[in-house]
Design a protein. Structure first.
Length: 375
């Protein structure tokens, strides 16, 4: 693997999920792969989980790790070509990238959306320069539009928390032998594809039953500041891919009008503007704030569309969770309590925020392992 950006970079998700479980069984069994190899982790933005979990994953593989916080101690970097550099930026990305690449074997980059230009953000102007000019494998640690290490960890978490693991292709016969209460999910027969969005028309009542996919709901929630779309973009992309690969997931997105996600990530998803309706019968609720993606309102790209005080109904609380199928609560963290989710929901036994964060080490290790194997 030379680039880790999209779900397609990982190939078959059943294989990747099995590899994640193999990592969990013994995460130190590939130390030889990383011997005398160096991972460089470059942060243009803050991080707690990505920084620690990716560093830990690299160390599990026997790698050396260098972490650079560009805004703390490095020269301020110019990213535009053709600029007369008479301002506060002392170095250009076009020199910095090959220099940094000369000290390492793999490069991870975090560079959030800047909200200055939708075109620049959605063209991944910064990360694409790393891919083009570093000559090294590059993995995205949250870029302007995607956060694939998070989405992979989320998928691992959903699979683990589904009582009967999401079945592999061809296991339907095996599932039919089980008693209904053991079965939490199923998938189409070989050759059938799951129709994403069918849930909108035919929602089941409570109780798990054989022959039905699990229902995963991505819900917008209020936040005082403009946040990127990277996390919901990737979550949508990965849930839809999992669905299309037959992992038995019905995926629904709920948000106020104006927050429609870019079709390159969310096309085919069922969108329900009524949050309570979307939550009915959900098995997993994934909360996240995002700013206006500029799809239905191009002029509002990167904006918070309403005063958050008027949107507090969207904060995930016991009221919404009551209509779910005893759903698990998920969030990528960091989370603002009593904005995105109430204290009682995030502290409840159904909350997965800690195992989800722990799985960041696993998703990163699968990705780094594949990159080392391809060196
Ligand atoms: C970032 C975001 O929403 O993209 C990182 C989340 C992993 N969150 C904040 O900036 C608070
Ligand atoms: N979820 C996540 O990426 O967290 P950090 O921003 O702390 O890395």
């Amino acid at each position: 693997m030379k680039v880790f950006q999209h779900v397609t970079d990982l190939g078959d998700l059943n294989v990747a999920l099995a590899e994640a479980q193999e990592v969990k069984r013994d995460r130190y069994q590939w130390q030889h792969l990383g011997r005398n190899k160096t991972a460089l982790l470059i942060f243009f933005n803050n991080s707690l989980r990505t920084r620690l979990s990716t560093q830990k994953a690299a160390m599990n593989l026997g790698m050396n790790v260098i972490v650079l916080d560009v805004n703390q101690g490095a020269w301020k970097l110019e990213t535009e070509r053709g600029v007369v550099m008479d301002g506060d930026k002392s170095e250009h990305l076009l020199e910095a990238i090959p220099v940094m690449a000369s000290y390492c074997d793999l490069i991870g980059v975090r560079s959030f959306a800047r909200f200055e230009s939708r075109e620049d953000d959605y063209e991944e102007k910064i990360l694409n320069q790393f891919i083009r000019y570093s000559g090294r494998p590059v993995f995205f640690m949250e870029s302007a539009t995607v956060h694939p290490l998070q989405a992979f960890a989320d998928l691992i978490t959903i699979e683990e928390q589904t009582p009967s693991p999401l079945p592999l292709k061809g296991e339907r016969g095996h599932l039919q032998d089980q008693v209904p209460s053991q079965i939490h999910s199923t998938l189409p027969l070989e050759g059938e594809s799951l129709r994403v969005g069918e849930l909108c028309s035919g929602m089941r009542g409570g109780g798990l039953c054989p022959g039905r996919p699990i229902k995963v709901v991505l819900s917008w929630a209020p936040h005082p500041k403009a946040l990127p779309q990277a996390v919901p973009n990737s979550f949508a992309e990965w849930m839809l891919a999992a669905s299309q690969q037959g992992l038995g997931i019905d995926f629904v997105i709920t948000h106020p009008e104006g927050y429609e996600l870019d079709p390159q990530f969310a096309a085919g998803a069922c969108v329900e503007y009524d949050q309570m309706k979307a939550f009915e019968g959900a098995d997993f609720v994934y909360a996240k704030n995002w700013s206006c993606p500029g799809v239905t309102r191009p002029e509002d790209y990167g904006k918070v569309l309403h005063d958050y005080h008027t949107m507090m109904d969207w904060c995930v609380s016991a009221r919404q969770m009551a209509v779910t199928n005893d759903a698990h609560f998920m969030h990528c963290l960091p989370v603002r309590r009593n904005m995105i989710v109430t204290d009682d929901v995030i502290e409840s036994p159904r909350s997965l925020v800690i195992p989800e964060a722990a799985n960041r080490e696993i998703s990163a290790q699968v990705v780094l392992k594949r990159m080392l194997e391809a060196l």
